[in-house]
Design a protein around this ligand. Structure first.
Ligand code: GTP
Ligand code: MG
Length: 208
């Protein structure tokens, strides 16, 4: 996909404040610091579209970006960030789950996981919740530049085997590096195809 324009639209502290749900939307979610904001920047070929930080917990609101004046890309706060109070964490979880369950133009969630780690309970539980809630998702492995090609393949395989313990089918899986801008085209191409499908089938989000 050619990125002709990528603009920040707004930050929202609840789903009711998000932009009118008239265009297809794709959201990035995952643990704090996994690289959600960095990958959005890499995909859009912009340095500071989404704010990134070495300190976890940088993104605290729902951030909407309008791409090619045609679809939304959403940067969500990370889950599982330890250094906040229990109440604050619960509030974040509520913000995220309410957004996911109520955002009627949300077409697909991209769940980001660090390619260096073995499957983490918090991510598997979140995927489980998506399944139970009927929320479609794909998995994006991040920071592959930190591993040798063999190690990436091995870790992806371990993840697949783990998923197959509880899932009959595997979701679509991507391996990416924001640093090296790898895997971005593959993610964008899936989004393009989905947008095309929605258009051909005249999907109208205003009626739901
Ligand atoms: P929160 O907003 O806090 O939830 O974090 P996030 O998931 O948006 O992560 P962010 O993009 O801010 O990146 C966190 C840290 O990881 C930053 O220091 C990034 O530079 C680094 N990082 C992100 N992607 C990559 C990557 O592909 N390769 C490498 N080497 N570092 C990365
Ligand atoms: Mg972020």
């Amino acid at each position: 996909m050619m990125i002709k324009s990528a603009e920040f639209v707004k930050s929202s502290s609840k789903w009711q404040e998000c932009p009118e749900p008239t265009l297809p939307e794709y959201a990035f979610i995952g643990r704090s610091n996994v690289g959600k904001s960095s990958l959005i920047n890499a995909m859009m070929n912009k340095k500071d579209l989404a704010k990134t930080s070495q300190t976890p917990g940088k993104t605290q609101l729902i951030n909407h970006f309008l791409i090619n004046e045609d679809w939304y890309l959403t940067d969500l706060p990370g889950y599982g960030y330890a250094k906040v109070s229990k109440t604050q964490r619960k509030d974040f979880e509520k913000l995220i789950s309410n957004y996911i369950l109520n955002r009627r133009n949300l077409v697909n969630l991209f769940i980001l996981v660090d390619s260096r780690h073995t499957p983490q309970k918090i991510d598997l539980e979140f995927m489980e919740w998506c399944g139970e809630s009927g929320v479609p998702f794909s998995i994006i492995f991040t920071k592959t530049d930190k591993l040798k090609p063999n190690a990436i393949l091995k870790n992806v395989e371990i993840y697949k085997q783990k998923l197959l313990e509880s899932w009959e089918e595997l979701p679509e899986i991507f391996a990416t590096s924001a640093e090296k801008k790898e895997g971005c085209d593959e993610v964008l191409s899936t989004i393009t195809q989905t947008n095309l499908y929605l258009r051909e089938n005249k999907v109208d989000f205003s009626k739901n």
